[in-house]
Ligand binder design. Structure first.
Ligand code: GDG
Length: 481
């Protein structure tokens, strides 16, 4: 097998997307730009120090690309046809796994052709990774689009140490068991030596599904995976809560031009006493409708007025070809239009709704302009926006209203926690946030910031990779016997 390998990478990341975006220049010439995502930032130091390779899709269908070097990383593009994108990505990943794993907030669709595409595409990713990994290399597979890759890869390359991280929730067994391919997916994931989740509860749900569906033994975080010859391999299923590059947010928040921009934003909104902010991909898991309902009712009840309070809602475009997302956009825009129509004055708006994506500097200026950050997800693996807001509040002012159903709630108990289904409860907490005295804001924010700054994304990748390293030693010990 080694003769066929393109390169010999000691560390390989496998993710749905490559860490770069294609940019087309003015003369029609194209190049690549590093994508701004958190995962890319988190793994950059590891990739640099380890002659790493990254296997992923370049983001456009039917692109035939040779592997290439970018910024010290060997990039291995996996080709997806337009049909693969439709069935594996938009279908199985975003219209089956996504709603099922987020507690069926939207109805998951179970389609056999999508599953077949998912298997086919996962195999393509596994084969690409098997080709580039050096003997005994460490491979880190990312997220729910690639749940079958760990097992497929182990079959191709039993010498590898394989990690998998699940960025979204893992649902309770009662819901998970709807999945027609529930056993195959569990077996796929169990190909990994370490399976990481956002919350302790996700790891627990996974272990329960494994016990119920596969009848494997579990003990604490360990799962005994039978090898078929009477012996067992130990897989670790555990929480590794992801975080942000906190330092870079602090740095942006300290820039005078970003602070100036925050002042301009406030002025542009007519200098209301309080600005509330929501920042989400336009997704039904984020609870944007519930948030709008609560805010609309507060205006209706006369507990808030548009002269005093404005809600800024950034809803960045997402999955625009998936039907449920098109519907959600219509509903949200109808609601925003109604609330603004009912309550706006010529000088003040109730909701400044922005269906756009912004550069990071602008996002930080928005965080700085906001007195209250609303994170009202109905279900969310972690929610990085909550952590980003906290990191930028270097003056220890501002209030985070945070849904209990976001993974971040486990780590950030000093936020004002809410149940977004309880509209009255949410309204009361929004009022409490708006009226919170500075001393209490400071007390809570200091404790939130301490957590986010201590547990940053570098610490996240270090602790996951340390667990994988320990698995490597187990491999060696078994091999040496
Ligand atoms: C998944 C899980 C988990 C948003 N709009 C703009 C923009 N963003 C940035 C945010 C944040 C990121 O996108 C979104 O991250 P979240 O964690 O909030 O949510 P998902 O996209 O659903 O991410 C989630 C995460 O994976 C990591 O494991 O936390 O639970 O669902 O960084 O700031 N960034 C810019 N412009 C925008 O308009 N620059």
């Amino acid at each position: 097998m080694s003769g066929a390998r393109v390169t010999e990478a000691e560390f390989v990341v496998v993710a749905n997307r490559l860490p770069v975006d294609r940019v087309v220049g003015a003369e029609g010439d194209d190049g690549w730009r590093r994508s701004p995502g958190g995962l890319v930032t988190a793994l950059e130091p590891v990739m640099r120090s380890s002659e790493g390779a990254w296997v992923g899709w370049a983001g456009k269908p039917d692109l035939e690309l040779e592997p290439f070097e970018f910024d010290g990383t060997f990039l291995v593009p996996v080709r997806l046809s337009a049909q693969d994108v439709e069935q594996y990505y938009e279908g199985m990943s975003n219209d089956t796994f996504w709603p099922l794993y987020h507690d069926v907030i939207a109805a998951p669709r179970y389609r056999r052709v999508w599953w077949e595409a998912y298997v086919r595409v996962n195999r393509r990713f596994a084969e690409a990774a098997a080709e580039v990994a050096a003997e005994g290399a460490t491979v880190w597979v990312q997220d729910y689009q690639l749940q079958l890759v760990p097992k497929m890869l182990r079959e191709l390359r039993p010498d590898l140490v394989i990690g998998y991280f699940h960025h979204i929730p893992f649902p309770a067994h009662g819901l998970y068991s709807q999945l027609p391919w529930r056993r195959q997916v569990l077996e796929g994931l169990l190909g990994a030596d370490v399976i990481g989740f956002q919350r302790v509860a996700d790891a627990g749900n996974f272990a329960r599904a494994v016990r119920r569906q596969l009848r494997y033994q579990t003990k604490a975080s360990g799962i005994s995976v039978p090898l078929g010859d009477g012996s067992y391999r130990n897989a670790l299923a555990k929480a590794f809560p992801i975080s942000i590059d906190a330092e870079s947010y602090v740095e942006l928040a300290r820039r005078p031009e970003v602070q100036q921009r925050a002042r301009e934003i406030r002025e542009g909104l007519g200098n209301p006493k309080r600005i509330l902010l929501g920042v989400d991909r336009l997704d039904y898991t984020k609870g944007i409708r519930h948030r709008l309902k609560a805010f609309g009712e507060l205006l209706q009840d006369g507990r808030l007025t548009v002269e005093d309070v404005t809600l800024v809602q950034v809803a960045s475009p997402s999955r625009e070809r998936v039907e449920s997302y098109m519907q959600l956009r219509d509903e949200i825009e109808l609601t925003v239009g109604r609330i603004n129509g009912d309550f706006d004055t010529t000088d003040h708006t109730a909701i400044r709704y922005l269906h756009q994506a912004y550069p990071r500097e602008e996002m930080v200026a928005l965080f700085l302009a906001a007195d209250v950050m609303l994170v009202t997800a109905l279900r969310d693996g972690m929610n990085l926006v909550a952590k980003e807001y906290v990191a930028t509040r270097t003056d220890n002012r501002g209030v985070l209203v945070l849904s209990e159903f976001a993974g971040a709630a486990d780590e950030l108990p000093s936020a004002l926690l809410i149940n977004p289904h309880d509209i009255d409860g949410m309204k009361d907490q929004i009022i409490r946030a708006i009226e919170m005295p500075p001393a209490e804001q400071g007390r809570r924010m200091r404790s939130l910031r301490k957590k986010v700054i201590e547990s940053d994304v570098a610490q996240w990748s270090r602790s996951f990779l340390a667990a994988l390293e320990a698995a490597k030693h187990r491999h060696t010990a078994v091999g040496g016997e």
